[in-house]
Design a protein. Structure first.
Length: 394
């Protein structure tokens, strides 16, 4: 549906972003949502530009189902503009294709829906709980949060930090202008509908994360970046082609240098994010090793500051008594400590959590920055002599 230079350019632009490179090999759903969104949009474009045969219909439905299976909300915001395009645009109406999109969305959301009734008491209850975990879903302008997160923050929650590196967001600010230029360039080439649908779908997938969630993570916008790369590539290919035909080496050199600078910034941020990730992982594994040495070994429970990743490395489960991951009361945590080794982590300067009772603090390895620096080993029959010795030394 698109010429090779546009496809290659779009792929290079998307693959050159640091969130794509950082999260690509990670166990996260966002890259798969991005690829599924590209596939769904491509199948719909094929259908509206020609006969909506069984291949196009099945392909669009399957792609939406994949995205909805990964993240149900992403599936909804993907299917919405595509369904509107095939039902409302005169001369492009494809009711069977619209039904396939709706069916794919329903199929992808089926496991989530079944779990809602099996474990949460229904759809409304699960949506309410999901909103609580996200800190409340509603009108929350998070555009500035995403701008700050582009400096290499994998999670900006709460995003109350300063804008440390404005240069890392230049491309992000220019993205709407480049996409608009791409739509105009594609229209002149007879591909305006394709660029317009890709842009509309990309904007739709970004809406919930820019305006409904009160924090930022760069991976959330990967589907939007993948789709918006199409009109941006249209514009850049148009500029290169025009400069080459007019024999303007200065223009070609300027475009090449701009793209090289953009890639340099992306790789620099990626290097920073990887260093921070490795440092954080080393700190978590050190704390987990110390907990194991103190006797907190599987089966065991970890609660408190950074409990989720540290519990993973220690081979324990995590249980929180407060915050968006709250799953147990302080009283229940103390009761659990009578059966399995239980540790409560805290950072320097923090007031001891209510669950620790009269437990003494044991120092933890330094090097986690604002992370946990001490642990409270809750008393109980599960405490062995190593734990008791560690508590006395603390």
């Amino acid at each position: 549906m698109l010429p090779t230079p546009v496809l290659v350019g779009a792929g290079a632009l998307f693959a050159g972003l640091w969130p794509t490179l950082f999260y690509g090999p990670a166990a996260m759903p966002n890259l798969w949502c991005a690829l599924g969104a590209l596939a769904a949009t491509g199948w719909v474009v094929r259908a509206v530009r020609g006969a909506a045969g069984p291949v196009e219909t099945a392909g669009a439905g399957a792609a939406v189902a994949l995205v909805a299976l990964m993240r149900p909300a992403d599936g909804f915001w993907l299917a919405l503009p595509l369904a509107l395009a095939v039902t409302l645009v005169p001369g492009r109406r494809r009711p069977r294709l619209c039904a396939a999109l709706a069916g794919g969305l329903a199929a992808g959301c089926a496991p989530w829906t079944a779990e809602a009734f099996a474990h949460y008491g229904g759809l409304a209850a699960r949506l309410h709980r999901a909103g609580e975990i996200q800190g409340g879903l509603g009108w929350n302008v998070a555009v500035d949060d995403h701008l700050r997160a582009l400096a290499g923050r994998t999670l900006c929650r709460p995003c109350d930090v300063g804008w440390e590196s404005p240069g890392t967001a230049v491309w992000w600010v220019a993205l709407p202008l480049l996409a608009a230029g791409g739509i105009l360039a594609a229209r002149r080439a007879g591909r305006g509908a394709t660029a317009l649908l890709a842009t509309a779908t990309g904007v739709s997938t970004a809406v919930p994360y820019l305006f409904l969630v009160e924090y930022a993570a760069p991976r959330f916008l990967l589907p939007a970046y993948a789709l918006l790369a199409v009109p941006v590539a249209e514009y850049l290919v148009h500029l290169f082609t025009r400069a080459r035909r007019a024999r303007r080496p200065v223009g070609l050199a300027a475009l090449t240098l701009a793209l090289a600078a953009h890639l340099t910034v992306q790789l620099s941020v990626l290097s920073h994010a990887v260093r921070v990730s490795h440092s954080t992982t080393s700190g978590f594994t050190a704390v987990a090793g110390e907990l194991n040495r103190l006797g907190v070994r599987p089966p065991c429970v970890v609660s408190g500051d950074h409990a989720v990743p540290i519990a993973y490395y220690a081979g324990c489960v995590s249980r929180q008594t407060g915050g968006h991951d709250a799953s147990i009361t302080p009283e229940a945590l103390r009761a659990l400590a009578r059966r399995v080794p239980t540790a409560v982590l805290a950072a320097d300067g923090e007031v001891p959590p209510p669950a620790v009772g009269g437990a003494r603090a044991v120092p933890l390895p330094a090097g986690l920055g604002a992370g946990p620096h001490r642990t409270y080993l809750l008393p109980g029959p599960a405490l062995g002599p190593t734990v008791a010795a560690g508590r006395k030394s603390g």
